[in-house]
Ligand binder design. Sequence first.
Ligand code: CP
Ligand code: NVA
Length: 302
Amino acid sequence: MRHFLSVADLSGDEFRAIIKRGSEFRKQFEAGENQALFPRKTMAMIFEKSSTRTRVSFEAGMAQLGGHALYLSPDDTQLGRGEPMEDTARVLSQMVDIVMIRTYSHEALQRFCSASSIPVINGLSDLFHPCQLLADMQTYFDYRGDIKGKTVAWIGDGNNVCNSFINTAKLLDFNLRIASPVGYLPNQSLLDNAGSQVTLSTSVNEAVDKADLIVTDVWSSMGHESESNKRTVAFADYSVTKAHLDLATKDALFMHCLPAHRGEEVDANVIDGDQSVVWDEAGNRLHAQKALIEFLLMSANS
Ligand code: CP
Ligand code: NVA
Protein backbone atom coordinates (compact mmCIF):
# COMPACT_ATOMS: atom_id res chain seq x y z
CA MET A 1 0.00 0.00 0.00
CA ARG A 2 1.24 3.47 -0.92
CA HIS A 3 0.77 6.97 0.49
CA PHE A 4 1.35 10.35 -1.18
CA LEU A 5 2.71 12.78 1.38
CA SER A 6 5.44 14.11 -0.86
CA VAL A 7 6.41 14.05 -4.52
CA ALA A 8 9.42 12.03 -3.33
CA ASP A 9 7.05 9.14 -2.51
CA LEU A 10 6.93 8.44 -6.27
CA SER A 11 9.59 7.41 -8.75
CA GLY A 12 10.04 9.57 -11.84
CA ASP A 13 8.37 6.84 -13.95
CA GLU A 14 5.40 6.66 -11.59
CA PHE A 15 5.01 10.45 -11.58
CA ARG A 16 5.11 10.55 -15.39
CA ALA A 17 2.60 7.67 -15.62
CA ILE A 18 0.17 9.40 -13.23
CA ILE A 19 0.17 12.71 -15.12
CA LYS A 20 -0.17 10.87 -18.46
CA ARG A 21 -3.21 9.13 -17.02
CA GLY A 22 -4.42 12.52 -15.75
CA SER A 23 -4.33 13.82 -19.33
CA GLU A 24 -6.36 10.79 -20.46
CA PHE A 25 -8.89 11.48 -17.71
CA ARG A 26 -9.14 15.09 -18.89
CA LYS A 27 -9.80 14.04 -22.50
CA GLN A 28 -12.43 11.49 -21.40
CA PHE A 29 -14.07 14.10 -19.17
CA GLU A 30 -14.21 16.62 -22.01
CA ALA A 31 -15.73 13.94 -24.27
CA GLY A 32 -18.37 13.22 -21.63
CA GLU A 33 -17.21 9.63 -21.09
CA ASN A 34 -18.03 7.55 -18.03
CA GLN A 35 -15.12 7.33 -15.58
CA ALA A 36 -16.87 5.38 -12.83
CA LEU A 37 -14.02 2.95 -12.15
CA PHE A 38 -14.41 2.85 -8.37
CA PRO A 39 -18.07 2.44 -7.41
CA ARG A 40 -18.72 2.43 -3.64
CA LYS A 41 -15.20 3.67 -2.80
CA THR A 42 -15.21 6.44 -0.20
CA MET A 43 -12.68 9.17 0.53
CA ALA A 44 -12.53 11.07 3.83
CA MET A 45 -11.22 14.62 3.35
CA ILE A 46 -9.91 16.35 6.48
CA PHE A 47 -9.47 20.11 6.05
CA GLU A 48 -7.80 22.06 8.85
CA LYS A 49 -7.25 24.98 6.43
CA SER A 50 -9.43 26.66 3.81
CA SER A 51 -9.65 25.36 0.27
CA THR A 52 -11.51 25.88 -2.98
CA ARG A 53 -9.57 23.87 -5.59
CA THR A 54 -8.43 20.97 -3.43
CA ARG A 55 -11.83 20.39 -1.90
CA VAL A 56 -13.80 20.65 -5.13
CA SER A 57 -11.33 18.63 -7.19
CA PHE A 58 -11.20 15.72 -4.73
CA GLU A 59 -14.95 15.73 -4.10
CA ALA A 60 -15.89 16.03 -7.79
CA GLY A 61 -13.12 13.58 -8.71
CA MET A 62 -14.44 10.88 -6.37
CA ALA A 63 -17.97 11.43 -7.72
CA GLN A 64 -16.70 11.10 -11.31
CA LEU A 65 -14.90 7.86 -10.37
CA GLY A 66 -18.24 6.52 -9.12
CA GLY A 67 -17.36 6.91 -5.45
CA HIS A 68 -18.07 9.40 -2.70
CA ALA A 69 -16.12 11.95 -0.66
CA LEU A 70 -16.81 13.20 2.87
CA TYR A 71 -15.77 16.68 3.99
CA LEU A 72 -14.52 16.70 7.60
CA SER A 73 -13.43 19.80 9.45
CA PRO A 74 -11.92 19.96 12.95
CA ASP A 75 -14.79 22.26 13.97
CA ASP A 76 -17.35 19.51 13.76
CA THR A 77 -15.31 16.35 14.29
CA GLN A 78 -13.59 15.08 17.42
CA LEU A 79 -10.22 16.11 15.93
CA GLY A 80 -11.03 19.66 17.02
CA ARG A 81 -11.63 18.39 20.58
CA GLY A 82 -8.24 16.71 20.79
CA GLU A 83 -8.81 13.17 19.52
CA PRO A 84 -5.32 12.04 18.46
CA MET A 85 -4.46 11.85 14.75
CA GLU A 86 -3.46 8.21 15.21
CA ASP A 87 -6.85 7.23 16.69
CA THR A 88 -8.65 9.10 13.91
CA ALA A 89 -6.53 7.22 11.37
CA ARG A 90 -7.42 3.85 12.93
CA VAL A 91 -11.13 4.66 12.93
CA LEU A 92 -11.25 6.04 9.37
CA SER A 93 -9.30 2.98 8.17
CA GLN A 94 -12.29 0.87 9.33
CA MET A 95 -14.80 2.92 7.38
CA VAL A 96 -13.41 4.46 4.19
CA ASP A 97 -10.96 3.47 1.45
CA ILE A 98 -8.67 6.49 1.19
CA VAL A 99 -8.00 9.71 3.11
CA MET A 100 -6.91 13.20 2.07
CA ILE A 101 -5.64 15.62 4.70
CA ARG A 102 -4.91 19.35 4.53
CA THR A 103 -3.16 20.40 7.71
CA TYR A 104 -0.44 22.57 9.22
CA SER A 105 2.10 20.18 10.64
CA HIS A 106 3.71 17.72 8.23
CA GLU A 107 4.74 15.70 11.25
CA ALA A 108 1.06 15.29 12.25
CA LEU A 109 0.37 14.00 8.76
CA GLN A 110 3.17 11.46 9.14
CA ARG A 111 1.72 10.35 12.49
CA PHE A 112 -1.68 9.89 10.86
CA CYS A 113 -0.04 7.86 8.13
CA SER A 114 1.84 5.61 10.54
CA ALA A 115 -1.48 4.48 12.07
CA SER A 116 -3.44 4.29 8.82
CA SER A 117 -4.11 1.05 6.97
CA ILE A 118 -5.52 2.90 3.95
CA PRO A 119 -3.71 5.27 1.52
CA VAL A 120 -3.21 8.84 2.72
CA ILE A 121 -2.86 11.88 0.43
CA ASN A 122 -1.28 15.17 1.51
CA GLY A 123 -3.70 17.87 0.36
CA LEU A 124 -1.18 20.52 1.59
CA SER A 125 0.91 20.78 4.72
CA ASP A 126 3.24 23.56 5.84
CA LEU A 127 6.08 21.61 4.23
CA PHE A 128 4.68 20.32 0.93
CA HIS A 129 1.84 20.58 -1.60
CA PRO A 130 2.51 17.53 -3.80
CA CYS A 131 -0.93 17.36 -5.48
CA GLN A 132 -0.28 20.84 -6.89
CA LEU A 133 2.83 19.55 -8.61
CA LEU A 134 0.94 16.71 -10.30
CA ALA A 135 -1.42 19.28 -11.84
CA ASP A 136 1.37 21.72 -12.70
CA MET A 137 3.43 19.07 -14.44
CA GLN A 138 0.42 17.62 -16.25
CA THR A 139 -0.26 21.13 -17.53
CA TYR A 140 3.34 21.72 -18.62
CA PHE A 141 3.55 18.33 -20.38
CA ASP A 142 0.21 18.94 -22.14
CA TYR A 143 1.33 22.34 -23.45
CA ARG A 144 5.02 21.77 -24.11
CA GLY A 145 5.93 18.08 -23.76
CA ASP A 146 8.37 16.58 -21.26
CA ILE A 147 9.96 19.05 -18.85
CA LYS A 148 13.27 17.14 -18.62
CA GLY A 149 16.17 19.54 -19.20
CA LYS A 150 13.97 22.66 -19.12
CA THR A 151 14.43 25.60 -16.75
CA VAL A 152 11.82 26.63 -14.19
CA ALA A 153 12.01 29.93 -12.26
CA TRP A 154 10.34 30.06 -8.85
CA ILE A 155 9.80 33.65 -7.69
CA GLY A 156 8.86 34.67 -4.14
CA ASP A 157 8.23 32.72 -0.97
CA GLY A 158 10.21 29.50 -0.46
CA ASN A 159 7.03 27.84 0.78
CA ASN A 160 5.31 24.44 0.62
CA VAL A 161 4.72 24.67 -3.15
CA CYS A 162 8.34 25.73 -3.72
CA ASN A 163 9.55 22.78 -1.62
CA SER A 164 7.50 20.43 -3.78
CA PHE A 165 9.03 22.02 -6.90
CA ILE A 166 12.47 21.19 -5.50
CA ASN A 167 11.50 17.53 -5.11
CA THR A 168 9.98 17.47 -8.58
CA ALA A 169 13.07 19.02 -10.21
CA LYS A 170 15.06 16.10 -8.91
CA LEU A 171 12.46 13.52 -9.91
CA LEU A 172 11.75 14.79 -13.45
CA ASP A 173 15.22 16.17 -14.13
CA PHE A 174 14.62 19.86 -14.78
CA ASN A 175 16.59 22.91 -13.60
CA LEU A 176 14.99 25.03 -10.92
CA ARG A 177 16.13 28.58 -10.15
CA ILE A 178 14.70 30.04 -6.97
CA ALA A 179 14.60 33.80 -6.30
CA SER A 180 13.44 34.38 -2.71
CA PRO A 181 14.27 37.16 -0.25
CA VAL A 182 16.67 36.40 2.58
CA GLY A 183 14.71 34.88 5.43
CA TYR A 184 12.15 33.30 3.09
CA LEU A 185 14.24 30.60 1.43
CA PRO A 186 12.89 27.08 0.97
CA ASN A 187 13.67 24.16 3.28
CA GLN A 188 17.46 23.92 3.69
CA SER A 189 17.72 20.13 3.86
CA LEU A 190 15.74 19.83 0.62
CA LEU A 191 18.14 22.31 -0.99
CA ASP A 192 21.13 20.35 0.37
CA ASN A 193 19.80 17.13 -1.15
CA ALA A 194 18.66 18.63 -4.43
CA GLY A 195 22.05 18.81 -6.10
CA SER A 196 23.16 21.13 -8.86
CA GLN A 197 19.78 21.19 -10.63
CA VAL A 198 18.38 23.54 -8.00
CA THR A 199 20.06 26.93 -7.61
CA LEU A 200 19.32 30.07 -5.64
CA SER A 201 19.28 33.21 -7.80
CA THR A 202 20.30 36.58 -6.46
CA SER A 203 17.60 38.45 -8.41
CA VAL A 204 14.31 37.83 -10.16
CA ASN A 205 15.89 38.89 -13.48
CA GLU A 206 18.61 36.28 -13.10
CA ALA A 207 16.07 33.54 -12.26
CA VAL A 208 13.74 34.23 -15.20
CA ASP A 209 16.49 34.66 -17.82
CA LYS A 210 15.58 32.24 -20.68
CA ALA A 211 13.34 30.24 -18.33
CA ASP A 212 10.73 27.90 -19.84
CA LEU A 213 8.30 28.24 -16.97
CA ILE A 214 7.81 31.00 -14.37
CA VAL A 215 5.94 30.15 -11.18
CA THR A 216 4.99 32.16 -8.13
CA ASP A 217 2.65 31.96 -5.14
CA VAL A 218 1.20 34.22 -2.47
CA TRP A 219 3.55 36.13 -0.17
CA SER A 220 1.68 34.98 2.96
CA SER A 221 0.63 31.34 2.97
CA MET A 222 -2.13 30.07 5.23
CA GLY A 223 -0.95 30.30 8.82
CA HIS A 224 1.29 33.33 8.09
CA GLU A 225 -1.45 35.96 7.75
CA SER A 226 -0.27 37.84 10.85
CA GLU A 227 3.11 38.46 9.15
CA SER A 228 1.56 39.97 6.06
CA ASN A 229 2.72 43.59 6.65
CA LYS A 230 6.30 42.46 7.21
CA ARG A 231 6.12 40.16 4.21
CA THR A 232 4.76 42.88 1.92
CA VAL A 233 7.94 44.85 2.61
CA ALA A 234 10.26 41.84 2.25
CA PHE A 235 8.69 40.73 -1.05
CA ALA A 236 8.33 44.19 -2.65
CA ASP A 237 10.88 43.34 -5.38
CA TYR A 238 9.47 39.87 -6.00
CA SER A 239 6.38 40.53 -8.14
CA VAL A 240 6.28 38.75 -11.50
CA THR A 241 5.85 41.40 -14.19
CA LYS A 242 5.52 41.41 -17.98
CA ALA A 243 9.14 42.58 -18.16
CA HIS A 244 10.17 39.35 -16.40
CA LEU A 245 8.13 37.27 -18.82
CA ASP A 246 9.92 39.04 -21.69
CA LEU A 247 13.29 37.89 -20.34
CA ALA A 248 12.15 34.25 -20.44
CA THR A 249 11.99 32.08 -23.59
CA LYS A 250 9.36 33.31 -26.02
CA ASP A 251 7.09 30.32 -25.42
CA ALA A 252 7.55 30.40 -21.63
CA LEU A 253 4.47 29.62 -19.55
CA PHE A 254 3.29 31.26 -16.33
CA MET A 255 1.76 29.24 -13.46
CA HIS A 256 0.33 30.03 -10.02
CA CYS A 257 -1.36 27.47 -7.76
CA LEU A 258 -4.03 30.09 -6.84
CA PRO A 259 -5.59 31.88 -5.06
CA ALA A 260 -3.64 34.87 -6.47
CA HIS A 261 -3.25 38.48 -5.41
CA ARG A 262 -2.95 40.66 -8.52
CA GLY A 263 -0.62 43.59 -7.91
CA GLU A 264 1.30 41.66 -5.23
CA GLU A 265 3.13 38.49 -6.30
CA VAL A 266 1.96 38.84 -9.92
CA ASP A 267 0.80 41.64 -12.17
CA ALA A 268 -2.65 41.35 -13.72
CA ASN A 269 -1.27 41.48 -17.28
CA VAL A 270 0.84 38.37 -16.52
CA ILE A 271 -1.74 36.17 -14.80
CA ASP A 272 -4.46 37.27 -17.24
CA GLY A 273 -2.09 37.34 -20.22
CA ASP A 274 -1.71 34.85 -23.04
CA GLN A 275 1.28 33.01 -21.53
CA SER A 276 -0.62 32.22 -18.35
CA VAL A 277 -2.04 28.69 -18.04
CA VAL A 278 -3.44 29.08 -14.53
CA TRP A 279 -7.00 28.00 -15.40
CA ASP A 280 -5.91 24.76 -17.03
CA GLU A 281 -3.48 24.31 -14.14
CA ALA A 282 -6.37 24.59 -11.68
CA GLY A 283 -8.62 22.38 -13.83
CA ASN A 284 -5.96 19.70 -14.01
CA ARG A 285 -6.10 19.28 -10.23
CA LEU A 286 -9.29 17.32 -10.91
CA HIS A 287 -7.80 14.97 -13.47
CA ALA A 288 -4.29 14.50 -12.04
CA GLN A 289 -5.84 13.61 -8.68
CA LYS A 290 -8.23 11.06 -10.24
CA ALA A 291 -5.10 9.42 -11.65
CA LEU A 292 -3.46 9.60 -8.22
CA ILE A 293 -6.53 8.07 -6.53
CA GLU A 294 -6.53 5.27 -9.10
CA PHE A 295 -2.81 4.64 -8.51
CA LEU A 296 -3.24 4.53 -4.72
CA LEU A 297 -6.43 2.42 -4.69
CA MET A 298 -4.81 -0.09 -7.04
CA SER A 299 -1.72 -0.19 -4.82
CA ALA A 300 -3.95 -0.86 -1.78
CA ASN A 301 -5.68 -3.77 -3.55
CA SER A 302 -2.61 -5.44 -5.02
N1 CP B 1 -4.06 25.56 -5.12
C1 CP B 1 -4.83 25.14 -4.09
O1 CP B 1 -4.50 24.17 -3.41
O2 CP B 1 -5.97 25.83 -3.91
P1 CP B 1 -7.00 25.72 -2.70
O3 CP B 1 -6.33 26.29 -1.48
O4 CP B 1 -8.19 26.51 -3.12
O5 CP B 1 -7.32 24.26 -2.48
N1 NVA C 1 1.37 28.36 -0.29
C1 NVA C 1 -0.06 28.49 -0.21
C2 NVA C 1 -0.72 27.57 -1.17
C3 NVA C 1 -2.21 27.65 -1.18
C4 NVA C 1 -2.83 26.68 -2.13
C5 NVA C 1 -0.52 28.22 1.21
O1 NVA C 1 0.00 27.31 1.85
O2 NVA C 1 -1.40 28.94 1.70
